[in-house]
Design a protein around this ligand. Structure first.
Ligand code: AMP
Length: 234
């Protein structure tokens, strides 16, 4: 078993774990993914893949733009078209921590089929749980780097220099879909479309649920510990 604890050597071989991260907007998925990545996983965010297409005004980006701005889910067909490209561009044994996909039952079923066609399975699905009011309060404090997509929280995970990205020095912004009315809408969609995905993975025995109302470093440590049994059985 790989030592994936904080402080483990950065030179340790990366473990090819296949993980999905599910939670409402603002539950800290991006920050958790970054903190876990610094131990031993690759992080892929479907929202960031989509925003990258919009930033670069690709033909996919032009089709994705409106749903993103309105806080609506991108259609399953367009999501699967975009994510399939990502999936088939990877080597089968490459691990991932997938943040934001799958987000509906049809996406989860299609993803299982892609994995099966490569004789692969998910190791675990991390479900981050947070009360709605806490989500809204948290998102009010969220800032992102428009250049590289890195996410900060002004209280729990602030940049070293106020308002500036640690990695590239760009001025941080508030995402247009992080405004309160849009957040409430995203939460409604989450309950309606994404919560059934949790039951789907619970039935497969691979769901790990964690209350995310804690400091980013402590959350990452707790999740890392809870993941060990899932990773050990493969
Ligand atoms: P996120 O950064 O995960 O909050 O995603 C931002 C936006 O991207 C969402 O509000 C959706 O419009 C879109 N999006 C990301 N992932 C998916 C997905 N799996 N299915 C549909 N839409 C998605």
């Amino acid at each position: 078993m790989v030592d994936a604890s904080p402080g483990a050597s950065q030179d340790a071989p990366k473990r090819s774990a296949r993980l999905v991260l599910i939670g409402p907007p603002g539950a800290g998925k991006g920050t958790l993914a970054e903190n876990l990545c610094s131990f031993s996983f690759d992080h892929i965010s479907s929202g960031e893949i989509f925003r990258g297409h919009v930033r670069n005004q690709t033909s996919l980006g032009q089709r994705l733009e409106k749903s993103l701005a309105d806080g609506q889910l991108v259609s399953d067909d367009l999501t699967l078209e975009t994510m399939k490209k990502w999936f088939w561009s990877r080597k089968p044994n490459q691990g991932f921590l997938l943040d934001g996909f799958p987000r509906t039952l049809p996406q989860a079923r299609a993803f299982d089929e892609w994995l099966e066609s490569r004789s692969l399975k998910l190791d675990a699905v991390i479900h981050l749980y947070l009360e709605e009011d806490a989500v809204v309060e948290r998102i009010a404090h969220r800032r992102v780097c428009p250049k590289d997509g890195r996410v900060y929280h002004l209280l729990y995970n602030p940049p070293a220099k106020e308002g500036i990205c640690d990695d590239c020095g760009t001025e941080l912004i508030q995402r247009p879909d992080d405004r309160e009315p849009i957040i409430r809408e995203r939460l409604r969609i989450y309950r309606q479309k994404t919560e059934p995905v949790l039951a789907y993975y619970r039935e497969q025995g691979i769901l790990l649920t964690q209350d995310s109302d804690r400091h980013a470093a402590e959350l990452a440590k707790t999740v890392q510990q809870k993941l060990q049994p899932f990773l050990a059985i493969r």
